[in-house]
Write a protein of this length. Structure first.
Length: 180
């Protein structure tokens, strides 16, 4: 709804000028990003938003998308059980895909969002599990892992599993063709 009162309009202009003084370095990087609103949501909601982004993107690209049976996977995509992990870029410049568990799914879809860019990997569960780091207790942790890296310098092992949205789509498309 537009502001019609001239006094309120003037106050809004002044507030806009002050805003940058109150933004942190990380906030400033996200200023005017179409994804900035996601960062204002609680982490549980961000995970759901990541799932919805992947499901919507896959469906828009012509991939089969459905609900997963049971709680061990987030979605059925391209005929395969997928666990979806989502990260916005941290102030340190990394993505951190968290809460990777050894459950009943075939691939982990990792979607990372930067202020004006996005990355995606479709990683076989065994690879994600082997290369993940223990989230609680370091490398010796056994129940939950995370994968953490800079999207500008991803680890060598992950290169074959995507990087760009286009590369991730190619992997998903090949998976769908195999399951038909």
């Amino acid at each position: 709804m537009p502001i019609t009162d001239p006094e309120v309009q003037q106050l809004a202009v002044i507030a806009g000028m002050l805003e940058r003084d109150y933004l942190g370095r990380d906030d400033e990087a996200w200023y005017s990003s179409p994804f900035s609103w996601i960062r204002t949501r609680p982490s549980r909601q961000r995970g759901k938003i990541g799932e919805q982004l992947i499901a919507g993107w896959c469906a828009a690209k012509g991939l089969a998308v459905g609900a997963s049976v049971g709680s061990d996977a987030d979605r059925l995509i391209a005929g395969h059980r997928m666990e979806i992990k989502f990260s916005t870029e941290w102030e340190s410049g990394i993505y951190k895909f968290q809460q990777i568990r050894d459950q009943d799914y075939e691939h982990v879809v990792c979607l990372g969002i930067r202020p004006f860019d996005a990355h995606c990997w479709v990683i076989p569960k065994a690879e994600a599990w082997r290369n993940g780091e223990g989230q609680h207790g370091g490398r010796r942790a056994i129940d939950t892992k995370w994968i953490s890296f800079s999207p500008l310098a991803p680890p060598q092992w992950i290169h074959q599993w995507g990087g760009s949205l286009g590369q991730a789509f190619d992997i998903l498309w090949r998976l769908q063709k195999r399951s038909v």
